[in-house]
Design a protein around this ligand. Structure first.
Ligand SMILES: Cc1ncc(COP(=O)(O)O)c(C=O)c1O
Length: 302
């Protein structure tokens, strides 16, 4: 059965003493090689709920490089569920056998079902879910990105009592579940900064629905849009890895740390501030990104 992980370590990131800032990264990426970081947290209580309601199939949604799709596929094969991935974009099917995320999902026996981008927009509508139930039979539904009440409950276990020493907690945002859990288990003197990898105007609403406190803010860090990268981001990620021995994914954690370093350099935090940045995993995405940029002039991600 899927068990609660041990608390993950807070690794110090030594930065130039002239800034007088203490920075640590919570290595949630080390929880599990395949169900990594926030995915483990978001799936833990959902997997327990699926088991206790005797569901044998998990169905979820995602894009062609989705960390969530990869994690659900791994969960299925490890914990004995059939899995169905509803993938955005019918055209993606043509690349199924060369896209590293979809290849991995297939190896875990996930059934991949490709739908048009317009149908994908109906993914949260009851009648569309009903239609999927007619097509695939009974399943335990995990929404896109895995964000629901049980996912937030799992993310409430990211922070521990000894993390109260930090003034600022940083985490990346996609659908808003991870930051909501972190907010719920923070103390009011802490500030939670969510680095948004997406331009989603409903994000605030989602966070307000799940989070019970107001000690947070969203810092835009999508840098040209969701999933878009450029040479300076790649150089930053590669330099980060060779300097601190911490790999960062380019979609979430890479952009968060890039922006956070900019803020530190711009002296946006008072001297003496203690910052904890939560590494939410997503490292399977590195292979996918290297595959995507193969035909470009961009350097490879390490
Ligand atoms: C690695 C990684 N970090 C952060 C996030 C964002 O988490 P959330 O969707 O809960 O905001 C995601 C996507 O869900 C992710 O895959």
């Amino acid at each position: 059965m899927m068990n609660k992980p041990f608390p993950s370590v807070n690794q110090q990131i030594p930065i130039d003493s002239k800034f007088d800032i203490s920075l640590h990264m919570k290595r949630e990426d080390l929880i599990d090689a395949e169900i990594s970081g926030n995915k483990y947290r978001k799936l833990l209580y959902n997997i327990k709920a699926a088991k206790s309601s005797n569901q044998t199939t998990l169905l979820t949604f995602g894009g062609a490089f989705s960390n969530h799709i990869a994690a659900v596929a791994a969960c299925g094969s490890r914990f004995g569920f059939n899995t169905i991935g509803i993938i955005r974009g019918e055209e993606v099917k043509a690349f199924e056998d060369s896209n590293p995320t979809l290849q991995f999902a297939k190896k875990q026996n996930m059934i991949l079902h490709y739908i048009s981008r317009s149908d994908y927009k109906r993914k949260n509508k009851d009648e569309y879910i009903q239609y999927l139930r007619q097509q695939f039979g009974s399943f335990y539904l995990l929404p896109e990105g895995g964000t629901n009440e049980l996912a937030v409950k799992g993310c409430e276990e990211i922070l521990h009592a000894n993390d109260r020493e930090f003034d600022i907690i940083c985490c990346p945002i996609g659908t808003g579940g991870t930051i909501s859990g972190i907010i719920n288990s923070s103390v009011s003197s802490q500030k939670i900064i969510g680095y948004s990898a997406v331009k989603d105007h409903e994000l605030k609403e989602v966070i307000c629905k799940f989070a019970h406190a107001e000690n947070w803010k969203i810092e835009p860090s999508d840098y040209g849009g969701y999933g878009k990268i450029d040479k300076s981001l790649i150089d930053f990620i590669n330099h980060f890895k060779s300097t601190y021995n911490i790999p960062l994914d380019p979609i979430y954690n890479g952009k968060m740390m890039y922006r956070l370093f900019e803020q530190i350099e711009n002296r946006e935090f008072p001297k003496g501030t203690k910052i904890l940045a939560v590494h939410t995993g997503g490292l399977q995405g590195l292979k996918g990104m290297n595959w995507r940029i193969k035909q470009t002039q961009l350097p490879r991600l390490l």
